[in-house]
Write a protein that binds this ligand. Structure first.
Ligand SMILES: NC(=O)c1ccc[n+]([C@@H]2O[C@H](COP(=O)([O-])OP(=O)(O)OC[C@H]3O[C@@H](n4cnc5c(N)ncnc54)[C@H](OP(=O)(O)O)[C@@H]3O)[C@@H](O)[C@H]2O)c1
Length: 328
């Protein structure tokens, strides 16, 4: 098969479409003929040599895919050759074939075409597990989403609105904020021009956010705690603004607030399977019902993964960037 390989870490040109051995399907795994994959920030870090795949994972980038089941390993139940699926991966999505643990497969949701389905696994699993399974966002509460126009952000806005929460977003510029508003965001904050703590307080009568989904990390730690409501929950999923921050524990204590941080990729198979099952139960019906939809900025041929990475790194996109297998 062909796959995007990284012979040497570096810039986007480090991504090379090359012939490689086919994956071997193991116990409890399913082989998927990949039709499409999608780009995630983590792929950029892997390309740069800062984020190695966890032990046992494919060496090729790609944390999600959509395609057709072409073989089923021993011990697999519930999936058959020919099934159209999408999947959460620990790697290997930028390839023509990938072996997937059966607990990480999802059917293609009703109303979504097979290529577009690759936009769903990573964002739905990340948002559902953090905002709902960990931070327990409830109807009537306020969620602040940093990076509202990102792949993650566009899904977080829609899911929070679907459960009856109020949604505040930060994004860089009016065009991105307008797209967030179209998706249902109620409070729009241009983080380049405005102070998000002040704006959020103003919009919530001083209360702040019950839950914050944060992709910035250290640079926002202090301000995120200031922006939290009493009993607030800060869920950190990204470290785009650094890893080491200073925390005023008294501020946290007075608000009886909580901070969590999770990463999906390296989690044990049973935890990923539980998250994927919850996504199938709670999110898939919302997609099938047209309440929530995948937001795709553009789709490029998989051999042009370098160009897809340039788009992601320039932050010119809104939602997800897809990669199509040219042979599928
Ligand atoms: N922990 C996990 O399991 C997990 C899983 C998936 C993703 N993630 C993380 O989630 C984040 C989003 O991922 P993605 O794939 O959706 O990436 P993406 O589409 O590339 O989005 C990154 C976004 O960050 C925004 N941004 C940059 N600086 C910001 C700031 N100071 N305040 C607010 N927004 C800012 C950019 O928007 P502007 O143009 O508006 O600046 C851009 O939309 C990444 O950090 C990724 O690593 C974590």
């Amino acid at each position: 098969m062909y796959a995007i390989t990284i012979p040497e870490p570096g810039g986007p040109e480090a991504l090379v479409w090359a012939e490689v051995p086919d994956p071997v399907v193991g116990e409890g795994e399913v082989l998927v003929d990949v039709v499409s994959s999608a780009v995630n920030r983590a792929d950029v870090l892997q390309r740069q040599g800062f984020y190695n795949p966890p032990p046992g994972a494919s060496p090729y980038p790609g944390l999600e895919c959509a395609g057709r089941v072409s073989a089923v390993g021993p011990g697999v139940s519930g999936w058959s050759v020919g099934d159209e699926v999408c999947a959460l991966l620990a790697g290997g999505g930028y390839a023509e074939k990938v072996a997937v643990p059966m607990g990480q497969l999802l059917p293609v949701p009703e109303g979504v075409d097979l290529v577009t389905a690759a936009a769903l696994p990573e964002v739905t699993a990340t948002v559902w597990s953090n905002v709902f399974m960990v931070a327990h966002l409830r109807p009537g509460e306020t969620l602040l989403v940093h990076g509202g126009s990102s792949g993650i952000g566009t899904m977080a806005i829609q899911l929070a609105k679907a459960v009856g929460a109020r949604v505040a977003v930060t994004a860089g510029g009016p065009e991105k904020l307008a797209r967030c508003a179209e998706l249902g965001a109620d409070i729009l904050i241009d983080y380049r021009e405005q102070d998000f703590v002040q704006e959020l307080r103003r919009a919530t009568d001083g209360a702040g956010a019950d839950v914050i989904l944060d992709i910035v990390g250290a640079k926002y730690l202090d301000r995120n705690v200031k922006a939290l409501a009493v009993n607030g929950r800060l869920a950190i999923i990204g470290l785009q603004g650094g890893v080491k921050g200073e925390l005023n524990l008294n501020a946290l204590l007075r608000k009886r607030a909580a901070i969590t941080a999770t990463s999906l990729r390296g989690r044990p198979l049973d935890e990923k399977a539980a998250i994927v099952a919850a996504v199938r139960e709670h999110v898939w019906p919302l997609i099938a019902g047209g309440v929530v939809r995948p937001i795709v900025d553009r789709s490029l041929p998989m051999p042009d993964a370098a160009e897809a990475h340039r788009v992601l790194e320039s932050s010119a996109h809104i939602g997800k960037v897809l990669l199509r297998n040219p042979a599928a």
